[in-house]
Write a protein that binds this ligand. Sequence first.
Ligand code: GLN
Length: 484
Amino acid sequence: MDIQKLTIKKFGDALRKKEFSALEITDAYIKTTEEDTMIRPYITVCDAAAREEARYVDGLVKQGVEMHPLAGVPLGIKDNILMEGIRTTAGSKILDAYIGGYDATVVKKVKETHAVILGKTNLDEFAMGSSNENSAFYKTRNPHDTTRVPGGSSGGSAASVAGNFALGALGSDTGGSIREPASFCGIVGMKPTYGSVSRFGLVALASSLDQIGPFGKTVEDAAIIFDTIKGHDVHDATSKVGEYAATSVYDEQHVKELTLGVPREYFEEQMDKDVSRAVEDAINVFKKGGFSVKEISLPHTKYAVSVYYVIMTAEASSNLARFDGVRYARNSEKNTLWDIYKETRGRGFGDEVKRRILLGTFVLSSGYYDAYYLKAQKVRKLITNDFENAFDGGNGGVDAILAPVTPTKAFKVGEKISDPIAMYLSDIFTIPANFAGLPAVSLPVKKYPLGKELPVGFQIIGKPFHEKDIMNLGMWYERETGTN
Ligand code: GLN
């Protein structure tokens, strides 16, 4: 069997027909991982536990019991998501020796399906970055071109799926960290509506923006994972109670009723020519397919990055206060509290993390709070209102929005590392959906075989809790273009 051609769907069908065993597939993925010295998507590989789970699934197949679509599916989990008994570093030296004390709710849900968790994937330290170069351990590379970054911060998860180290993965998205690496690696990545997936057990970056979401080779695969992890959780006060429609079920009639919007402002920003051309191609597929596609306006888009670096840093500086050498990350020999703090945080955090803690502490400090933090919250509201107007009819009345994901294709390792502002601008098209808490999926414009051409993705942004709309639109696009 050729694992390059597998999808979760095909894997499930073939497993049930006994064309291969779950253990054979798990072994094939572990072999790819062991032979690789270049892409390196995993910080920790859980090979023994993975093989044990695969054997268990083979037992279920033998007994002929009904199984979840993820049973036996090899998955990667971003290393800022806790797994009981497994090292969880969040890409930081400060958590180098930290062992997860419990399973995050998403991990618990995934384990209940008997998916095979292969390992914990690399990320920018505390999910701060767009290239994986801020990982305290090493740089994961893009499987399409190893001189380039896989994107970030969930670069390890995206590279694991694109490079055939896993069949699906979980990542987290605060300002684009699922969608940007999905776009750079030529796969599908979805940021769910804020509150639709539990954040319990996710190492927090910015709690009002963070969401856990899936990666897959196809929209359907990503939808299968999303359907597994979504839903209310008593352990996360921001998770929403309610009915969640199955997103992985394709409903052509429903899709064809949806009206689409294209935000003018997203094409006025600096963007590489071949990226804008590719995104326009994707939009044309929808137009030719008979969809009503309208131009809309999201006028406050241009403020998104500046506002993000106030709100996200403010929340990050508070969240990261817990890494003080007392409860977590105790490796200081010093005696006074102040010296323990200084040593643990001074040595444990990398430059980007320190930069953001300083910035966040500053914008929250008395005398500056109103000028920065409060003002940023007001602009966040304006950005949210832009979307509400677009969806509500005041400004077009669309059901979903088609947009670019990033202004460039995957850039070279090292190209932007010394210019944080250039790096921050990679997120201009992804941050707004986090501010408004909207679901958004990034999918490749076409199929990009490894090593041939650098992938480009486009984004479908939906109304809150309308994951079914965006995933079904994505499935329509894949069917129409033969990319599923
Ligand atoms: N690249 C953005 C940042 O550096 C987004 C990170 C994320 O979504 N976790 O903050």
